[in-house]
Design a protein around this ligand. Structure first.
Ligand SMILES: NC(=O)c1ccc[n+]([C@@H]2O[C@H](COP(=O)([O-])OP(=O)(O)OC[C@H]3O[C@@H](n4cnc5c(N)ncnc54)[C@H](OP(=O)(O)O)[C@@H]3O)[C@@H](O)[C@H]2O)c1
Length: 229
């Protein structure tokens, strides 16, 4: 373990922090007195491998202790009409970019023998629904990446987990479901409502903290009981 861990002010990088779950994660980490770096899409465009490469080259000396891979997109496509451009773009943003950021920022964590990585996956990595083939593929891949990274990085006290939210009240959910569909969805969630972003952020806050000392490689579902039915 990092010798001065108790005293050290931790630094986190959160992607997709402009709104929704990412913004809530920033508030949660800041409440824990963690310094948070939140590059906007102009600075770190996850759809562009060159932008990612340049960002890492510029910022790897930032000393990131906690990496939260939150940004994600969900372009709906029916299976018979999957648009190749959407497929490639979603694989890049939701999956490849996460690998690239872990590859870029984990060497510092290895060197200091402490780190936390949280990948925001989805219940659609485990169950699915019409028009979500590409999204489900990227999120299932993310769970595999989480497990592999956890196995390799655990000896350095770098704990890696996936968080799988159910339906959360964010722009993404509003864009992909009509108000009528959301009423119907809320009625079948055992808790009878969508999640608030802050409820997801609480779990991410624990997994990122010094309090989490033994949980790694896991796919943690937080969905109000939706997938239990
Ligand atoms: N909402 C849900 O119900 C739900 C459920 C399960 C999982 N999730 C997952 O949770 C994460 C956050 O979802 P959300 O609902 O909070 O999404 P959101 O409200 O749509 O916000 C998405 C965030 O990702 C950023 N982003 C998108 N494409 C990017 C790119 N190419 N480069 C850099 N940043 C990019 C956006 O930045 P801009 O401001 O620049 O657009 C924004 O900050 C996603 O991974 C999503 O798949 C969400």
């Amino acid at each position: 373990m990092m010798a001065n861990l108790k005293e050290k002010k931790l630094k986190a990088l959160v992607t997709g922090a402009s709104r929704g779950i990412g913004a809530a994660i920033v508030s949660e980490l800041e409440a824990q007195d963690i310094e948070v770096v939140t590059p906007s899409r102009n600075i770190l465009n996850l759809g562009d491998p060159i932008s990612i490469q340049e960002y890492i080259a510029r910022e790897k000396s930032l000393g990131i202790d906690i990496l939260i891979n939150n940004a994600g997109v969900n372009f709906l496509n029916d299976i018979t009409e999957i648009n190749d451009e959407d497929w490639q773009s979603m694989i890049q943003i939701n999956l490849t970019a996460v690998m690239q950021l872990i590859r870029g920022f984990s060497p510092y964590m290895k060197q200091q023998k402490w780190g936390r990585i949280i990948n925001i996956s989805s219940i659609f990595s485990i169950v699915t629904k019409e028009s979500r083939a590409t999204y489900s593929t990227t999120k299932a891949g993310l769970n595999g990446l989480t497990r592999s990274a956890a196995v390799e990085l655990s000896p350095y006290e770098i704990l890696v987990n996936s968080v799988c939210p159910g339906y959360v009240q964010t722009d993404l959910t509003m864009a992909n479901n009509s108000p009528e569909q959301l009423t119907e969805i809320a009625s079948i969630i055992p808790i009878k409502r969508l999640a608030q972003p802050a409820e997801i952020a609480k779990l991410v806050g624990f997994l990122s903290s010094k309090e989490n000392t033994y949980m790694t490689g896991q796919t943690l579902v937080i969905d109000g009981g939706f997938t239990c039915r």
